[in-house]
Write a protein that binds this ligand. Structure first.
Ligand SMILES: [Zn+2]
Length: 310
């Protein structure tokens, strides 16, 4: 399937005016090579009047949203599509309150849950690892951020940042992950999961980064270099500053440690597609990945302690 997506809000409104139109779009993304029955693997199906597909082999009535983040929804798909458009068309993303207002949702909880479901769809299963020369460094989120209010600001969350070098100064793709500690096992686990073997790993002098077979370690030594850590690992430091600004801006710093990973996923999704020619393309990716991930029922998302969190 060629990448087919709306380019403007007008186009979106026209094209996805009915749930049936949304379902057909999801169908093409979920089964790009034609229908596959989730029960028997049959390849032939007929649409039913209830918006399902009847398998010609086993008579199973398949739903295009079953097993995706859209399943069990009582709200129309047309509203989901507008939520996805809003989330991807805003360069810096949106808060749950913003989504609630724009879509006229009756409940803040619904807006909050939708955003969290969509964040889970922002990580593509089996995505490529970073490669080439990759800067890796750790940072903290929470306790020291000025203006952070709420209950979870006593401890700091530890976050690892990886940024791929592109040319002399530019940043390629990034990866962000909350980690429990700075032990060698944790650091090596992150690198193995996020960077292709054979790559060069540039870090500060923390010894725990070293000794990973299959990678070339290039520790920079700050002492005596006449340079600051920012100058020696400029990309990760830029990314750290941008992520923090985003968390403080779009989300007013009200991000609990418990949910931090999902916000980091959202930031990664946005950053790695920041040069995309069309916002519609982000919409397309989000819808595509939304029908590829397992559903996340509300009870699994776990509400934040206070409704003020975004
Ligand atoms: Zn079947």
């Amino acid at each position: 399937m060629t990448e087919d997506y709306p380019h403007t809000l007008m186009e979106l409104e026209r094209r996805f005016a009915t749930d049936q139109a949304c379902r057909e779009y999801l169908f093409a993304l979920r089964w790009p090579h034609g229908f596959v029955c989730p029960r028997c693997g049959g390849r032939q199906a007929w649409p039913t009047s209830r918006g399902l597909w009847l398998c010609g082999q086993c008579r199973y009535q398949a739903s295009v949203t079953a097993g995706t983040i859209f399943q069990d929804g009582r709200l129309p798909l047309t509203l989901w599509f507008r939520a996805m458009w809003y989330v991807t068309s805003q360069k810096n993303g949106v808060s749950a309150l913003g989504v609630q207002r724009v879509l006229g949702l009756g409940s803040y909880q619904t807006a909050w849950a939708w955003l969290h479901k969509l964040r889970r769809a922002m990580v593509r299963p089996g995505r490529d690892r970073l490669a080439g020369t990759v800067e890796v460094d750790e940072t903290y989120w929470g306790a020291r951020e000025e203006g952070v209010v709420g209950r979870q600001t006593h401890d700091k969350a530890l976050v690892l940042v990886a940024a791929q070098q592109e040319g002399a100064r530019k940043i390629g793709r990034i990866r962000l992950r909350r980690i429990p500690d700075l032990t060698q096992g944790t650091l090596h686990g992150f690198i193995t999961a996020n960077v292709e073997p054979g790559s060069v790993i540039r870090t500060d002098g923390l010894p725990a980064y070293g000794g990973l077979p299959g990678y070339r370690h290039d520790p920079v030594v700050i002492a005596g270099s006449g340079k600051t850590a920012d100058e020696l690992l400029p990309r990760v430091h830029t990314v750290v500053a941008l992520v923090k600004r985003w968390l403080m801006g779009t989300h007013q710093g009200a991000v609990s440690h418990q949910h931090l990973d999902y916000y980091l996923d959202e930031y990664t999704f946005r950053f790695n597609r920041r040069n995309s020619a069309s916002r519609g393309k982000l919409f397309y990716r989000l819808v595509q990945q939304s029908v590829q991930v397992a559903p996340h029922p509300y009870r699994q998302l776990i509400m934040p302690p206070l409704a003020g969190a975004s």
